[in-house]
Structure formats: structure tokens, C-alpha cells
Design a binder for this molecule. Structure first.
Ligand SMILES: Nc1ncnc2c1ncn2[C@@H]1O[C@H](COP(=O)(O)OP(=O)(O)OP(=O)(O)O)[C@@H](O)[C@H]1O
Length: 578
């Protein structure tokens, strides 16, 4: 076998020659040795190499390992549309296809290293191809969600100065409507079986593209991706990640929290425009695991459960909102033969949902916490003790503390800001900055800590307990109330399908707790007045009485982001008439 190895991986293999001969433990396989090296870098135990390119240093290496028979025969990528169409790529096929895609980006699109490309696609295989193609050309990818409006697109294209965009028929008219206002935008690629004036057909170009491509020799600090925050508190900010921050930053959590190896098949239902799609890519592929994707145009509990039964998915992740839907189903009717590890994150997991999932499937739900600016901040890795309601412990190499508004660490048990130590050394697996916004970048730090904008408590044993986003915490008659505690208390009542708790104006108390509630079908016809009282009494019983919702509204649905997170800010604005 001829492996093209360089830098730390080569060194690791040399130094590991002795590992096998030391006795007690079975010798590591070649892939295990390589992944162990990336993991050590990811944990901050080894320096980040000067040059790093995920496509070249990770994917092409797996291609060679696969070719040499060092990987089970499961695919690297497996896509289904739920109507019978399927695509499977090995690492070698992914390599070939993505090199062709890179020739399209570098050829007709003229993208050079550092140029930016907006990538707004539903869950189509092209999203993964073009992501890798961006890495190969050194272009910076800017993923976005398909629900972007003309205004959103104009803002994002102007702010990022993207030179190219790739999207589908449904978004193309909106791009056309704003193109004239976006002078940096030079080329438009359409993923479609049809054509559209002013657009190049990506599928056709891909078919005709050459398979030879020389990968850009990027440095670890070069930009890899830009994510726009959702902009709940002002205009969206551009979060820039580097080749290494994402490319190497998820190896350890991918191994420990997501618990992936080269024989696993990992399905995360996330939207491609959300950071969690990148988290999945950068957790799975370094660990040699397969990324499974269902096109899933709509969230449908039965489709998800059938997919989990039909395909040999070993590892499953979705947001708590979706788990809330899944546990409403009779899970005993399904047999998840290959499923062995389940994860969630993105918003708080109510203990009740975790309990229901576990009792019906026998599988634990491992919650993690992080944001666009970071990799995994806190997690419940596989094999560790879970404390229900806690999002786990700090995920290395981050040092996570609860800090006050000046950045001073607070003792266990006290509520404060979730902070990540960035001084004296800023972890490499961290966003580089808010692009073109040095004030915001500076304002995100207090003392030696980066302030996440979220509030929590840490217990004596280092477990973190989420209270709420800074803006979501309710201040009623001097009591600070985290929405999650109230929502979790409500979730224990059988009437509740889901709820969102926000502050609402009150002439005496200033603000009070208001719960917006979606009822389970069995309670839809109950008398609302009686049910309100029953739910209020229930909350008083299961949590501190001052937290009970003084106002209750029954609604048919809650406002959510494309990724399925509850938008409490929308309900709060509605309450306060802002
Ligand atoms: N396990 C969790 N428990 C509670 N909240 C979580 C969890 N995981 C993530 N979050 C919330 O999601 C936020 C990160 O969200 P992300 O950066 O993905 O995009 P966003 O929701 O659009 O954020 P923004 O509004 O800042 O743009 C965290 O700051 C936190 O508020």
C-alpha cells in the first residue's frame, strides 16, 4: 500500500510503530493510529499543523485506506429521497465526484482560494459535493437555509461579497430579484434537471468535468466557512471558521460524544443551512464513518421512524423538537435493529422527553451544547453518567466556566454566563472573528472569557445546567426564571405536546411568566379554563411555585427556525408589542 502521508500523521505512524509491540493492548490499526493523531490535535495535546486541508489530508487519506482494504465496505455517504432513489459513494467515489465539482468551481465559476460561495441547497447530495469542492479549491463556503427571503439574500450576498451561488429552482427567482444589487456576484449555479437564463446547470457541468484536480494547499488558519447567525438580536453576524477550527475541531467529540468509528452510519436530520450539517460532516468523516442523509422535505415522525428501522443506521441525531414528536408515536411498533447511539442538541432537552425515548427504545439520549461560533462546548459522551436535565460537562479542549458580567469565574451552583476561556490561549477550534465587525468580536469577550450569551449553572461535579439564553431569562418581581425549567415542568403533564415560555408585561410585577402551549391531541377538547388551572397547579407542584405561568395561551403551533428550534424571541416581541 502506498499512503500519501505528511506532517503529524506521518510522525504518528512512525512513533506508533512501537505501540503494537508494547504488549497489553492490541496493536492499533493504521486508521486508528491516524485518527488518534487527529484526535490529539483536536484535544489540544498536539500542535495544529501549519498546512491543513480537510479534503486532501482527511478525505483523500480515507480514500487510500479504503483502497488498501483498511475500512469496512460501508459507504462514506448514503443519500435516500424516501421515494426509492438512493446514492451511495465510497470515499474514493466522493473523492472523484468532488474533484470534478472542484473543477467546475475553479473553471467556469473562476473561484480562487479565498473567494466566497453561497451554498443554499436542500438535503441533496450536491450540498456535500460542493462543500468538499470548496475545500479543494480553497473557496470559502457560506451555507444558508432554503427559506431565505429576497431581503435575507440581498443582505447576505452584499455583506459576504460572495462571487458565486449554488441553489435550486425554488430559490433561483429570489436570487435573480436581488442580483442587480449584488455586484460581487458573478456566477450562478443551478442544481436542477431544467435550465434557467443567467444560470449554469451544475449537474451538466459536473458530468462533463475532468476528474483530475490539484487540491489547494491551504494553511490551517485560512478561512473555510462563513455562517450567518440568525440575527435574533440585531443584524445577522458573519461567523468565520478556519480550515482547522472546523476541519480538526470535531474529531475528538466525533469519537467520544458521537462515538463514531469507521463502521458506523450516522444520520443527523439537520438542515444543510445550519451549522449542525457541518458539525456532522467534520465529526463523521475524520472518524471514517458514513454520513446518511434523508431528503426529508418535511419533518414527519413516521418517515423518520421508518427510516431508522429500514436502514442500518447506528447513530442518530436530531433536535429536541423532533424527539418531542417522535415520543408521541408508539415506538414499540418499530424495530431499530442497528441503532445503538442517539444524540441531541441545539436547544434544551426536556428530561421527560429523554425518559420517554429511553423507556421505549432502551437507548439513552446524549445531549450536547454548542454554537455557530464554537465546536462542542458541553456534552454527555458515550459511557459517561448522564444527569437528567444537564447538558453534560465541558468538552475538551475548552475550559468552560460560569462567569459574571466582568468575566470572573463564579462558584458551583451560582447562575451566570457560560464562558469559554480564550486567554492566555485561544483554543484553535473556535471562530476566528465576526467578519468586518471588530467591535462585536471584542464585545463577545469579558476578561479572559468568551461569553456565549447563554446562562447556566455548574454543579460541584462540573455538570452544566442550562437556564436560558440571556434574553430569554424572565425577571419577575426580582426572581430570575429560566424558560427551560418551566417548559420541562410542563412537559411532564400528559396534556403538553410542547410549550414555549416567555416573559409578558404585567402592571404590578413588571413581567410575568407566560406559557404558549400546544396540546396533545387527547386534550384538544378540554375546557381551556380548567386546563389552565390544572397546568398551573402542576407546575407549582413539580418546580418552585413562583415559576408557574401566570398567563397561558393554547396555540396550534410554536414559531420555529428552519432547524426546528423554538423562537421564543418572536413570542416575546409579540407580548411586548415590539
Ligand atoms: N443543549 C442545548 N441546550 C440549550 N440550548 C442549546 C443547546 N445547544 C444549543 N443551544 C442554544 O443554541 C445556541 C446556538 O445556536 P446557533 O449558533 O446554532 O444558532 P442560532 O440558534 O441561530 O443562534 P443565534 O440566535 O445566536 O444566531 C446556543 O447559544 C444556545 O442558546
Amino acid at each position: 500500500m502506498r499512503l500519501w502521508l505528511r506532517g503529524p500523521v506521518l510522525q504518528a505512524l512512525r512513533s506508533c510503530r512501537a505501540c503494537g509491540s508494547q504488549g497489553q493492548l492490541p496493536p492499533l490499526t493504521i486508521p486508528q493510529k491516524i485518527v488518534a493523531t487527529w484526535e490529539a490535535i483536536s484535544l489540544g495535546r498536539q500542535p495544529v499543523p501549519k498546512n491543513f486541508n480537510f479534503a486532501h489530508d482527511v478525505l483523500d487519506l480515507w480514500s487510500q485506506l479504503e483502497k488498501a482494504g483498511h475500512r469496512p465496505p460501508n459507504p462514506a455517504f448514503w443519500w435516500v429521497d424516501g421515494r426509492g432513489a438512493e446514492i451511495q459513494w465510497s470515499f474514493q467515489e466522493l473523492g472523484e465526484q468532488s474533484r470534478k465539482a472542484a473543477n467546475v468551481l475553479g473553471g467556469v465559476c473562476g473561484l480562487q482560494p479565498g473567494d466566497r460561495m453561497m451554498l443554499v441547497l436542500p438535503r441533496l447530495p450536491e450540498w456535500w459535493l460542493v462543500s468538499v469542492a470548496c475545500m479543494r479549491t480553497g473557496a470559502v463556503m457560506i451555507p444558508g437555509i432554503s427559506q431565505l427571503t429576497e431581503k435575507d439574500l440581498r443582505f447576505r450576498l452584499q455583506a459576504s461579497k460572495a462571487k458565486s451561488i449554488i441553489t435550486t429552482d425554488s430559490l433561483a427567482p429570489r436570487v435573480d430579484a436581488v442580483s442587480a444589487d449584488c455586484p460581487s456576484l458573478q456566477t450562478k449555479l443551478l442544481v436542477s434537471d431544467g435550465s434557467r437564463p443567467g444560470w449554469m446547470n451544475f449537474r451538466q457541468l459536473l458530468r462533463e468535468a475532468a476528474t483530475e484536480h490539484s487540491c489547494a494547499r491551504t494553511q490551517s488558519q485560512d478561512p473555510l466557512a462563513i455562517y450567518f447567525t440568525s440575527g435574533t438580536t440585531g443584524a445577522p453576524k458573519m461567523v468565520e471558521h478556519t480550515q482547522a477550527s472546523y476541519g480538526l475541531g470535531f474529531v475528538a467529540s466525533g469519537r467520544r460524544w458521537v462515538a463514531l468509528t469507521e463502521s458506523d452510519i450516522f444520520w443527523n436530520t439537520t438542515d444543510t443551512g445550519w451549522v449542525k450539517a457541518a458539525w456532522t460532516l467534520f465529526s463523521a468523516w475524520p472518524n471514517g464513518a458514513c454520513i446518511f442523509v434523508h431528503e426529508l422535505p418535511r419533518v414527519d415522525a413516521k418517515v423518520i421512524l421508518n427510516t431508522l428501522s429500514r436502514f442500518p443506521i447506528s447513530t442518530f441525531c436530531c433536535v429536541p423538537t423532533i424527539f418531542r414528536l417522535l415520543v408521541q408515536e408508539d415506538l414499540t411498533r418499530y424495530q431499530f435493529q442497528s441503532l445503538k447511539h442517539c444524540l441531541t442538541g441545539g436547544e434544551a432537552l426536556n428530561p421527560d422527553v429523554r425518559g420517554k425515548w429511553k423507556s421505549q427504545t432502551g437507548l439513552e439520549l446524549h445531549e450536547g451544547y454548542g454554537q455557530s461560533e464554537t465546536v462542542v462546548i458541553c456534552a454527555n459522551p458515550k459511557g459517561t453518567t448522564i444527569r437528567s436535565g444537564s447538558m453534560g460537562k465541558a468538552s475538551p479542549p475548552y475550559e468552560v466556566q460560569i462567569v459574571d458580567d466582568k468575566g470572573h469565574a463564579l462558584p458551583p451552583g451560582e447562575e451566570g454566563n457560560i464562558g469559554i476561556r480564550v486567554r492566555p490561549a485561544r483554543p484553535f477550534c473556535f471562530f476566528r472573528c465576526y467578519l468586518d465587525n471588530p467591535e462585536k468580536t471584542a464585545a463577545s469577550e469579558r476578561g479572559d472569557f468568551y461569553i456565549t450569551g447563554d446562562r447556566a449553572r455548574m454543579d460541584e461535579d462540573g455538570y452544566f445546567w442550562f437556564v436560558g439564553r440571556n434574553d430569554d431569562v424572565i425577571n419577575s418581581s426580582g426572581y430570575r426564571i429560566g424558560p427551560v425549567e418551566v417548559e420541562s415542568a410542563l412537559a411532564e403533564h400528559p396534556a403538553i405536546l410542547e410549550s414555549a415560555v416567555v416573559s409578558s408585561p404585567d402592571p404590578i410585577r413588571g413581567e410575568v411568566v407566560k406559557a404558549f402551549i400546544v396540546l396533545s391531541p387527547a386534550y384538544a377538547l378540554h375546557d381551556p379554563k380548567k386546563l389552565t388551572q390544572e397546568l398551573q397547579e402542576h407546575v407549582k407542584r413539580v418546580t418552585a411555585p413562583y415559576k408557574y405561568p401566570r398567563k397561558v395561551a393554547f396555540v396550534s403551533e410554536l414559531p420555529k427556525t428552519a432547524s426546528g428550534k423554538i423562537q421564543r424571541s418572536k413570542l416575546r416581541s409579540q407580548e411586548w408589542g415590539r
